[in-house]
Design a protein around this ligand. Structure first.
Ligand SMILES: Nc1ncnc2c1ncn2[C@@H]1O[C@H](COP(=O)(O)OP(=O)(O)OP(=O)(O)O)[C@@H](O)[C@H]1O
Length: 308
């Protein structure tokens, strides 16, 4: 099946900063796909490339079959997009902006928009500048989904919203995926994402560190804790892909992906390990393990590496 979003070898630099470093990503249809990353990881840069606002320095990107570098307008008309700070005509009322925007979309837009506004409890007659932040976010979401787009792109949609509004937002994402639509959700609200996302991608300092279905990621990533006889003794890591290791006194803690079935066999009586346990890691623990390393490469680093 064709991907809804496809990125091949995407690179983008701003001066010395490598904002996106050879990104390859395929987003399947009908899922809530979460793009996680700390501040400055490159999430907004990726979304700006996908929506045709920014051209990559290298690589090719397409959204619902359209090339992002040449068909930005077409893409923006077809998808729904909510930025972290939606630009709305402040002097219009919630009702007026729906009517105004409906001129750009096929019949049925206004009716659906008004239904959504009523569902979200936003008063139609009040000017946008007099609405609360949460109400304005709901207007932006209603405008983005009233034409029932096959892809909805949300850049930090819930930042600054209260928990009730956030929950309403995220539930509407799950409803959309259930109808076969795709949602790309950029966020650093990890616990929220964990509840709604089908797929997780972790972007760290411009590099895509991990892309996996949420259930596979959960099942395949463990926290392994070993208690040692001696606090300063060396100990072998468990068999698997070790994402992080930390020590506190006699305890060693690893976050391990694809832990081998027979991982305990490494720790016999002579290993100096007294107690062993393994449990499933939360998304937050996985995120910290993946992102807790190395500083962003800059062009200066690349030049130094090329010289050695
Ligand atoms: N127009 C620009 N000019 C210069 N540097 C930029 C520009 N846009 C982004 N950057 C840099 O590129 C990197 C990635 O920024 P980006 O906004 O994509 O991150 P982000 O993951 O969206 O962060 P946040 O969660 O804080 O919004 C950062 O180091 C940022 O400073």
């Amino acid at each position: 099946m064709q991907s809804v979003i496809s990125l091949r070898h995407i690179c983008k630099r701003f001066g010395n900063t490598i904002a996106l470093d050879n990104i390859n990503l395929e987003v399947p249809a009908g899922v809530v796909f979460a793009l996680l990353g700390e501040n400055g990881a490159g999430k907004t840069t990726m979304i700006r490339i996908l929506t045709g606002f920014l051209k990559p320095d290298f690589g090719a990107a397409s959204v619902i079959g359209h090339p992002c570098d040449t068909a930005g307008l077409e893409i923006r008309k077809s998808i729904g997009y909510v930025s972290d700070a939606p630009a709305l005509y402040e002097w219009m009322s919630a009702g007026e902006i729906g009517w105004f925007t409906s001129a750009f979309y096929p019949e049925g837009f206004l009716e659906r928009y008004r239904e959504l506004i009523a569902e979200f409890d936003v008063p139609e007659g009040v000017r946008l500048k007099s609405l609360s932040k949460g109400q304005r976010a709901k207007v932006a979401l209603a405008l983005a989904i009233a034409h029932d787009p096959s892809l909805l792109v949300l850049d930090e949609p819930t930042s600054g919203l209260d928990p009730m509004v956030r929950r309403q937002f995220l539930e509407s994402m799950v409803d959309r995926a259930a109808l076969g639509r795709t949602v790309l959700l950029s966020s650093h609200q990890i616990s929220e994402v964990e509840r709604v996302a089908d797929w997780i991608a972790i972007l760290h300092q411009g590099e895509l560190k991990l892309v996996q279905p949420m259930d596979v990621l959960r099942q395949s990533t463990h926290i392994v804790v070993a208690t040692l006889d001696d606090a300063i003794a060396a100990v072998e890591s468990p068999a698997g892909q070790v994402l992080s290791e930390s020590r506190s006194g006699r305890q060693v803690r690893w976050i391990v992906k694809d832990l081998a079935d027979d991982w305990q066999s490494r720790y016999d009586d002579a290993s100096g390990v007294k107690n062993l346990s393994a449990s499933q890691a939360s998304l937050e623990e996985i995120f910290i393990a993946v992102c807790g390393r190395s500083d962003r490469r800059t062009i200066r680093d690349e030049k130094v590496n090329a010289q050695v």
